[in-house]
Design a binder for this molecule. Sequence first.
Ligand SMILES: [Zn+2]
Length: 415
Amino acid sequence: MNSAPETTNTPAATPGPATANSAVAAAATVITNIASLVTNDPSLGDGSPLGLIQDAAVVIDGDRVVWVGESSKAPATDNRVDAGGRAVIPGFVDSHSHLVFAGDRTAEFNARMSGRAYTAGGIRTTVAATRAATDEALEANLTRHLAEALRQGTTTFETKSGYGLTVEDEARALRIAARHTEEVTYLGAHIVSPDYADDPAAYVALVTGEMLDACAPYARWVDVFCEKGAFDGDQARAILTAGQAKGLIPRVHANQLSYGPGVQLAVELDAASADHCTHLTDADVDALANGRTVATLLPGAEFSTRAEWPDARRLLDAGVTVALSTDCNPGSSYTSSVPFCIALAVRDMRMTPDEALWSATAGGAAALRRTDIGHLSPGARADLTILDAPSHVHLAYRPGVPLVREVWRKGERVS
Ligand SMILES: [Zn+2]
Protein backbone atom coordinates (compact mmCIF):
# COMPACT_ATOMS: atom_id res chain seq x y z
CA MET A 1 0.00 0.00 0.00
CA ASN A 2 3.02 2.26 -0.28
CA SER A 3 2.52 3.25 -3.89
CA ALA A 4 1.29 6.80 -3.79
CA PRO A 5 -0.32 7.90 -7.03
CA GLU A 6 0.41 11.57 -7.50
CA THR A 7 -2.55 13.53 -8.59
CA THR A 8 -0.67 16.54 -9.90
CA ASN A 9 2.88 17.73 -10.24
CA THR A 10 2.32 20.58 -7.85
CA PRO A 11 5.30 21.02 -5.53
CA ALA A 12 5.06 20.74 -1.78
CA ALA A 13 2.16 22.48 -0.13
CA THR A 14 2.54 26.13 0.67
CA PRO A 15 0.49 28.15 3.13
CA GLY A 16 -2.57 29.96 1.93
CA PRO A 17 -5.39 29.07 -0.42
CA ALA A 18 -4.55 26.83 -3.34
CA THR A 19 -6.82 25.37 -5.94
CA ALA A 20 -4.75 22.44 -7.15
CA ASN A 21 -4.17 19.35 -5.07
CA SER A 22 -0.56 18.96 -4.08
CA ALA A 23 1.74 15.97 -4.41
CA VAL A 24 0.97 13.37 -1.75
CA ALA A 25 3.71 11.62 0.19
CA ALA A 26 3.10 8.03 1.26
CA ALA A 27 3.64 8.98 4.90
CA ALA A 28 0.61 11.22 4.77
CA THR A 29 -2.71 10.47 6.48
CA VAL A 30 -5.99 10.16 4.62
CA ILE A 31 -9.29 10.75 6.41
CA THR A 32 -11.80 8.95 4.27
CA ASN A 33 -15.49 8.03 4.27
CA ILE A 34 -16.52 11.62 5.06
CA ALA A 35 -20.25 12.03 4.37
CA SER A 36 -19.89 15.75 3.75
CA LEU A 37 -16.78 17.88 3.81
CA VAL A 38 -16.90 21.66 4.25
CA THR A 39 -13.83 23.14 2.53
CA ASN A 40 -14.93 26.82 2.42
CA ASP A 41 -13.32 26.91 -1.02
CA PRO A 42 -15.96 27.72 -3.65
CA SER A 43 -13.67 26.38 -6.38
CA LEU A 44 -14.07 22.91 -4.84
CA GLY A 45 -17.11 20.66 -4.52
CA ASP A 46 -20.58 22.02 -5.16
CA GLY A 47 -19.47 25.57 -5.96
CA SER A 48 -21.25 27.06 -2.93
CA PRO A 49 -19.35 29.31 -0.50
CA LEU A 50 -18.90 26.23 1.70
CA GLY A 51 -17.28 24.28 -1.15
CA LEU A 52 -19.13 21.17 -0.01
CA ILE A 53 -17.89 17.75 -1.18
CA GLN A 54 -20.07 14.66 -0.57
CA ASP A 55 -18.47 11.26 0.11
CA ALA A 56 -15.13 12.97 0.53
CA ALA A 57 -11.59 12.40 1.73
CA VAL A 58 -8.89 14.74 3.08
CA VAL A 59 -5.17 14.00 2.96
CA ILE A 60 -2.92 15.57 5.61
CA ASP A 61 0.86 15.71 5.37
CA GLY A 62 2.68 17.26 8.30
CA ASP A 63 0.64 20.24 9.46
CA ARG A 64 -1.00 20.87 6.08
CA VAL A 65 -3.90 19.68 3.97
CA VAL A 66 -2.42 18.42 0.71
CA TRP A 67 -5.40 16.84 -1.05
CA VAL A 68 -9.20 16.99 -0.88
CA GLY A 69 -11.73 15.33 -3.12
CA GLU A 70 -14.06 12.38 -3.54
CA SER A 71 -13.23 9.35 -1.40
CA SER A 72 -13.00 7.06 -4.43
CA LYS A 73 -10.20 9.17 -5.89
CA ALA A 74 -8.12 9.57 -2.74
CA PRO A 75 -4.43 8.72 -3.13
CA ALA A 76 -3.01 5.80 -1.18
CA THR A 77 -1.17 6.74 2.03
CA ASP A 78 0.38 4.83 4.92
CA ASN A 79 -2.17 6.05 7.42
CA ARG A 80 -5.91 5.85 7.00
CA VAL A 81 -8.63 7.19 9.29
CA ASP A 82 -12.23 6.16 8.63
CA ALA A 83 -14.62 9.03 9.43
CA GLY A 84 -17.50 6.53 9.44
CA GLY A 85 -19.87 8.59 7.32
CA ARG A 86 -19.54 11.67 9.48
CA ALA A 87 -19.13 15.32 8.48
CA VAL A 88 -15.79 17.14 8.55
CA ILE A 89 -15.54 20.90 8.93
CA PRO A 90 -12.63 23.35 9.31
CA GLY A 91 -11.63 24.03 12.92
CA PHE A 92 -13.50 26.97 14.42
CA VAL A 93 -11.66 30.30 14.48
CA ASP A 94 -12.83 32.13 17.61
CA SER A 95 -11.67 35.65 16.86
CA HIS A 96 -12.96 37.33 20.04
CA SER A 97 -12.47 36.15 23.62
CA HIS A 98 -11.35 37.51 27.00
CA LEU A 99 -9.69 34.55 28.69
CA VAL A 100 -7.01 36.05 30.94
CA PHE A 101 -9.00 36.61 34.12
CA ALA A 102 -9.59 35.27 37.59
CA GLY A 103 -12.76 34.73 39.59
CA ASP A 104 -16.24 34.45 38.17
CA ARG A 105 -19.49 36.45 38.15
CA THR A 106 -22.04 33.80 39.04
CA ALA A 107 -23.81 36.08 41.50
CA GLU A 108 -24.16 38.85 38.93
CA PHE A 109 -25.58 36.46 36.34
CA ASN A 110 -27.93 34.90 38.86
CA ALA A 111 -29.22 38.32 39.90
CA ARG A 112 -29.70 39.41 36.28
CA MET A 113 -31.58 36.25 35.36
CA SER A 114 -33.65 36.45 38.56
CA GLY A 115 -34.87 39.93 37.78
CA ARG A 116 -33.05 41.56 40.66
CA ALA A 117 -31.22 44.82 40.22
CA TYR A 118 -27.49 44.30 40.31
CA THR A 119 -25.32 47.28 41.03
CA ALA A 120 -21.97 45.84 42.08
CA GLY A 121 -19.07 46.49 39.84
CA GLY A 122 -19.32 44.31 36.71
CA ILE A 123 -15.94 44.40 34.97
CA ARG A 124 -14.42 45.92 38.14
CA THR A 125 -15.18 42.70 40.03
CA THR A 126 -13.06 40.76 37.54
CA VAL A 127 -10.34 43.43 37.55
CA ALA A 128 -9.95 43.10 41.32
CA ALA A 129 -9.82 39.29 41.17
CA THR A 130 -7.39 39.30 38.25
CA ARG A 131 -5.00 41.75 39.88
CA ALA A 132 -4.98 39.61 43.03
CA ALA A 133 -4.27 36.35 41.17
CA THR A 134 -0.81 34.85 40.72
CA ASP A 135 0.64 34.32 37.24
CA GLU A 136 0.23 30.59 37.76
CA ALA A 137 -3.45 30.92 38.62
CA LEU A 138 -4.13 33.13 35.58
CA GLU A 139 -2.35 30.77 33.25
CA ALA A 140 -4.07 27.71 34.71
CA ASN A 141 -7.45 29.37 34.19
CA LEU A 142 -6.55 30.30 30.61
CA THR A 143 -5.36 26.76 29.88
CA ARG A 144 -8.52 25.27 31.31
CA HIS A 145 -10.72 27.42 29.08
CA LEU A 146 -8.59 26.67 26.03
CA ALA A 147 -8.94 22.95 26.61
CA GLU A 148 -12.69 23.45 26.96
CA ALA A 149 -12.82 25.36 23.66
CA LEU A 150 -10.66 22.79 21.89
CA ARG A 151 -13.01 19.98 22.93
CA GLN A 152 -15.76 21.97 21.20
CA GLY A 153 -13.83 22.33 17.96
CA THR A 154 -11.97 25.64 18.33
CA THR A 155 -8.49 25.34 16.83
CA THR A 156 -7.56 29.05 16.72
CA PHE A 157 -8.50 31.68 19.23
CA GLU A 158 -7.81 35.32 19.82
CA THR A 159 -7.70 36.63 23.36
CA LYS A 160 -7.31 40.00 25.06
CA SER A 161 -6.01 41.74 28.12
CA GLY A 162 -8.39 44.19 29.78
CA TYR A 163 -8.83 42.94 33.35
CA GLY A 164 -5.57 44.37 34.69
CA LEU A 165 -5.78 48.06 33.75
CA THR A 166 -2.34 48.83 35.18
CA VAL A 167 0.89 48.79 33.19
CA GLU A 168 2.14 45.69 35.00
CA ASP A 169 -1.14 43.80 35.00
CA GLU A 170 -1.93 44.42 31.33
CA ALA A 171 1.57 43.42 30.23
CA ARG A 172 1.35 40.33 32.43
CA ALA A 173 -1.96 39.27 30.85
CA LEU A 174 -0.53 39.61 27.34
CA ARG A 175 2.70 37.84 28.23
CA ILE A 176 0.67 34.87 29.51
CA ALA A 177 -1.69 34.91 26.51
CA ALA A 178 1.21 35.03 24.05
CA ARG A 179 2.46 31.69 25.38
CA HIS A 180 -0.76 30.10 24.05
CA THR A 181 -1.75 31.98 20.89
CA GLU A 182 -0.29 34.37 18.33
CA GLU A 183 -3.60 36.25 18.21
CA VAL A 184 -3.10 38.50 21.23
CA THR A 185 -4.94 41.78 21.66
CA TYR A 186 -4.01 44.72 23.85
CA LEU A 187 -7.24 45.98 25.48
CA GLY A 188 -5.96 48.34 28.15
CA ALA A 189 -8.93 50.45 27.02
CA HIS A 190 -11.58 48.00 28.22
CA ILE A 191 -12.95 50.48 30.76
CA VAL A 192 -11.35 53.47 32.47
CA SER A 193 -9.40 51.98 35.34
CA PRO A 194 -11.16 52.54 38.69
CA ASP A 195 -7.88 54.14 39.82
CA TYR A 196 -8.50 56.93 37.28
CA ALA A 197 -12.26 57.34 37.76
CA ASP A 198 -11.85 61.08 38.32
CA ASP A 199 -9.40 61.63 35.47
CA PRO A 200 -10.22 59.57 32.36
CA ALA A 201 -7.89 61.72 30.23
CA ALA A 202 -4.94 60.66 32.36
CA TYR A 203 -5.96 57.03 31.87
CA VAL A 204 -6.07 57.48 28.08
CA ALA A 205 -2.59 59.01 28.29
CA LEU A 206 -1.40 55.94 30.19
CA VAL A 207 -3.04 53.54 27.71
CA THR A 208 -1.46 55.34 24.75
CA GLY A 209 1.88 55.82 26.49
CA GLU A 210 3.62 53.76 29.12
CA MET A 211 1.09 50.91 29.10
CA LEU A 212 1.23 50.61 25.31
CA ASP A 213 5.04 50.52 25.39
CA ALA A 214 4.94 47.67 27.91
CA CYS A 215 2.24 45.72 26.06
CA ALA A 216 3.05 46.13 22.36
CA PRO A 217 5.85 43.52 22.33
CA TYR A 218 3.36 40.78 23.24
CA ALA A 219 0.42 41.83 21.05
CA ARG A 220 -0.62 41.74 17.40
CA TRP A 221 -3.79 43.79 17.84
CA VAL A 222 -5.02 46.91 19.67
CA ASP A 223 -8.66 47.14 20.76
CA VAL A 224 -10.90 49.66 22.54
CA PHE A 225 -14.40 49.46 24.03
CA CYS A 226 -15.96 52.40 22.19
CA GLU A 227 -19.19 52.90 24.10
CA LYS A 228 -21.00 55.35 26.37
CA GLY A 229 -19.48 54.87 29.81
CA ALA A 230 -16.25 53.46 28.36
CA PHE A 231 -14.37 55.43 25.66
CA ASP A 232 -15.84 57.97 23.23
CA GLY A 233 -14.92 58.35 19.57
CA ASP A 234 -12.07 60.81 20.12
CA GLN A 235 -10.53 58.70 22.89
CA ALA A 236 -10.95 55.54 20.82
CA ARG A 237 -9.25 57.17 17.84
CA ALA A 238 -6.31 58.26 20.00
CA ILE A 239 -5.94 54.75 21.46
CA LEU A 240 -6.15 52.93 18.12
CA THR A 241 -3.82 55.28 16.26
CA ALA A 242 -1.27 55.11 19.08
CA GLY A 243 -1.40 51.33 18.75
CA GLN A 244 -0.96 51.57 14.98
CA ALA A 245 2.13 53.71 15.49
CA LYS A 246 3.56 50.80 17.49
CA GLY A 247 2.76 48.33 14.71
CA LEU A 248 -0.49 46.95 16.18
CA ILE A 249 -3.56 46.45 13.98
CA PRO A 250 -6.88 47.84 15.26
CA ARG A 251 -10.02 45.93 16.15
CA VAL A 252 -12.90 47.66 17.94
CA HIS A 253 -15.64 46.78 20.42
CA ALA A 254 -18.21 48.81 18.50
CA ASN A 255 -21.92 49.64 18.76
CA GLN A 256 -22.71 46.95 21.30
CA LEU A 257 -24.99 48.71 23.77
CA SER A 258 -25.93 51.82 21.81
CA TYR A 259 -25.47 53.69 18.54
CA GLY A 260 -22.12 55.41 18.31
CA PRO A 261 -18.98 56.15 16.30
CA GLY A 262 -17.22 52.80 16.80
CA VAL A 263 -18.11 51.05 13.55
CA GLN A 264 -17.32 53.99 11.28
CA LEU A 265 -14.08 54.67 13.14
CA ALA A 266 -13.13 50.99 12.68
CA VAL A 267 -13.69 51.17 8.94
CA GLU A 268 -11.91 54.53 8.65
CA LEU A 269 -8.83 53.11 10.39
CA ASP A 270 -9.04 49.87 8.35
CA ALA A 271 -9.53 47.83 11.51
CA ALA A 272 -9.58 44.08 10.95
CA SER A 273 -12.89 43.79 12.75
CA ALA A 274 -15.73 45.74 14.32
CA ASP A 275 -17.11 43.52 17.07
CA HIS A 276 -20.70 43.29 18.36
CA CYS A 277 -22.39 45.59 15.77
CA THR A 278 -25.70 45.34 17.59
CA HIS A 279 -26.86 48.95 17.09
CA LEU A 280 -26.18 50.05 13.50
CA THR A 281 -27.41 52.93 11.38
CA ASP A 282 -27.70 52.61 7.60
CA ALA A 283 -24.46 54.62 7.34
CA ASP A 284 -22.71 52.07 9.60
CA VAL A 285 -23.88 49.20 7.40
CA ASP A 286 -22.80 51.08 4.26
CA ALA A 287 -19.37 51.75 5.75
CA LEU A 288 -18.88 48.06 6.55
CA ALA A 289 -20.09 47.02 3.10
CA ASN A 290 -17.64 49.38 1.41
CA GLY A 291 -14.62 48.72 3.62
CA ARG A 292 -12.69 45.57 4.42
CA THR A 293 -13.47 45.57 8.15
CA VAL A 294 -15.24 42.36 9.17
CA ALA A 295 -18.38 42.59 11.34
CA THR A 296 -17.94 40.09 14.19
CA LEU A 297 -21.21 39.06 15.82
CA LEU A 298 -21.16 37.69 19.37
CA PRO A 299 -24.60 36.29 20.18
CA GLY A 300 -23.42 34.75 23.46
CA ALA A 301 -23.39 38.30 24.83
CA GLU A 302 -26.96 39.04 23.79
CA PHE A 303 -28.05 35.64 25.12
CA SER A 304 -26.38 36.13 28.49
CA THR A 305 -27.66 39.66 29.01
CA ARG A 306 -31.13 39.14 27.45
CA ALA A 307 -30.36 41.89 24.95
CA GLU A 308 -31.59 42.53 21.44
CA TRP A 309 -29.90 40.39 18.75
CA PRO A 310 -27.67 42.02 16.15
CA ASP A 311 -29.32 42.11 12.73
CA ALA A 312 -27.20 39.58 10.89
CA ARG A 313 -29.48 39.44 7.85
CA ARG A 314 -29.16 43.17 7.27
CA LEU A 315 -25.35 42.88 7.26
CA LEU A 316 -25.26 39.76 5.08
CA ASP A 317 -27.76 41.16 2.60
CA ALA A 318 -25.62 44.31 2.31
CA GLY A 319 -22.59 42.19 1.43
CA VAL A 320 -20.70 42.66 4.71
CA THR A 321 -18.25 39.90 5.72
CA VAL A 322 -19.58 38.48 9.00
CA ALA A 323 -17.65 36.51 11.62
CA LEU A 324 -19.23 34.65 14.51
CA SER A 325 -17.37 34.29 17.81
CA THR A 326 -17.98 33.57 21.48
CA ASP A 327 -16.82 36.74 23.29
CA CYS A 328 -16.03 34.26 26.08
CA ASN A 329 -15.65 36.30 29.28
CA PRO A 330 -16.86 35.87 32.86
CA GLY A 331 -19.32 38.76 32.82
CA SER A 332 -21.43 39.04 29.69
CA SER A 333 -20.85 35.81 27.74
CA TYR A 334 -19.40 32.95 29.69
CA THR A 335 -19.47 30.38 26.92
CA SER A 336 -16.51 28.94 25.03
CA SER A 337 -18.82 27.06 22.68
CA VAL A 338 -18.83 28.07 19.04
CA PRO A 339 -21.48 25.41 18.28
CA PHE A 340 -23.76 27.14 20.79
CA CYS A 341 -23.18 30.48 19.02
CA ILE A 342 -23.94 28.85 15.67
CA ALA A 343 -27.25 27.55 17.02
CA LEU A 344 -28.16 31.05 18.31
CA ALA A 345 -27.14 32.66 15.02
CA VAL A 346 -29.36 30.32 13.05
CA ARG A 347 -32.36 30.25 15.37
CA ASP A 348 -32.42 33.86 16.56
CA MET A 349 -30.34 35.90 14.11
CA ARG A 350 -31.72 34.23 11.01
CA MET A 351 -28.43 33.24 9.53
CA THR A 352 -28.66 30.09 7.43
CA PRO A 353 -26.80 27.04 8.79
CA ASP A 354 -24.32 27.45 5.91
CA GLU A 355 -23.74 31.14 6.68
CA ALA A 356 -23.27 30.49 10.40
CA LEU A 357 -20.73 27.71 9.77
CA TRP A 358 -18.84 29.89 7.27
CA SER A 359 -18.80 32.84 9.67
CA ALA A 360 -17.45 30.70 12.55
CA THR A 361 -14.58 29.38 10.41
CA ALA A 362 -13.69 31.43 7.32
CA GLY A 363 -15.29 34.55 8.82
CA GLY A 364 -13.18 34.26 11.96
CA ALA A 365 -10.08 33.81 9.85
CA ALA A 366 -10.98 36.96 7.87
CA ALA A 367 -11.42 38.86 11.14
CA LEU A 368 -7.87 37.82 12.05
CA ARG A 369 -6.56 38.49 8.52
CA ARG A 370 -5.42 34.89 8.21
CA THR A 371 -5.45 32.93 4.95
CA ASP A 372 -3.91 29.69 6.29
CA ILE A 373 -6.87 28.73 8.51
CA GLY A 374 -10.68 28.71 8.27
CA HIS A 375 -10.74 26.55 5.14
CA LEU A 376 -9.57 23.11 4.02
CA SER A 377 -8.14 23.77 0.56
CA PRO A 378 -4.83 22.11 -0.27
CA GLY A 379 -2.17 24.23 1.41
CA ALA A 380 -4.35 25.14 4.40
CA ARG A 381 -3.26 24.32 7.92
CA ALA A 382 -4.72 20.92 8.81
CA ASP A 383 -7.14 22.18 11.49
CA LEU A 384 -10.40 20.25 11.29
CA THR A 385 -13.19 18.66 13.26
CA ILE A 386 -14.98 15.38 12.69
CA LEU A 387 -18.59 15.82 13.81
CA ASP A 388 -20.73 13.07 15.25
CA ALA A 389 -23.26 13.91 12.56
CA PRO A 390 -23.56 13.46 8.80
CA SER A 391 -23.77 17.20 8.11
CA HIS A 392 -22.66 20.55 9.54
CA VAL A 393 -26.36 21.53 9.65
CA HIS A 394 -26.68 19.39 12.78
CA LEU A 395 -24.73 22.04 14.73
CA ALA A 396 -27.89 24.16 14.67
CA TYR A 397 -30.42 21.34 14.22
CA ARG A 398 -29.24 19.58 17.42
CA PRO A 399 -28.43 22.48 19.76
CA GLY A 400 -26.65 21.66 23.00
CA VAL A 401 -25.61 18.19 21.85
CA PRO A 402 -21.88 17.44 22.00
CA LEU A 403 -21.32 16.74 18.31
CA VAL A 404 -17.57 17.35 18.20
CA ARG A 405 -16.06 13.87 17.95
CA GLU A 406 -12.43 14.51 16.99
CA VAL A 407 -10.38 17.67 16.67
CA TRP A 408 -7.22 17.86 14.56
CA ARG A 409 -4.85 20.81 14.81
CA LYS A 410 -1.75 21.31 12.71
CA GLY A 411 -2.20 17.78 11.38
CA GLU A 412 -2.41 16.08 14.75
CA ARG A 413 -5.39 14.59 16.53
CA VAL A 414 -5.59 16.67 19.70
CA SER A 415 -9.01 15.89 21.12
ZN1 LIG B 1 -15.38 41.52 24.03
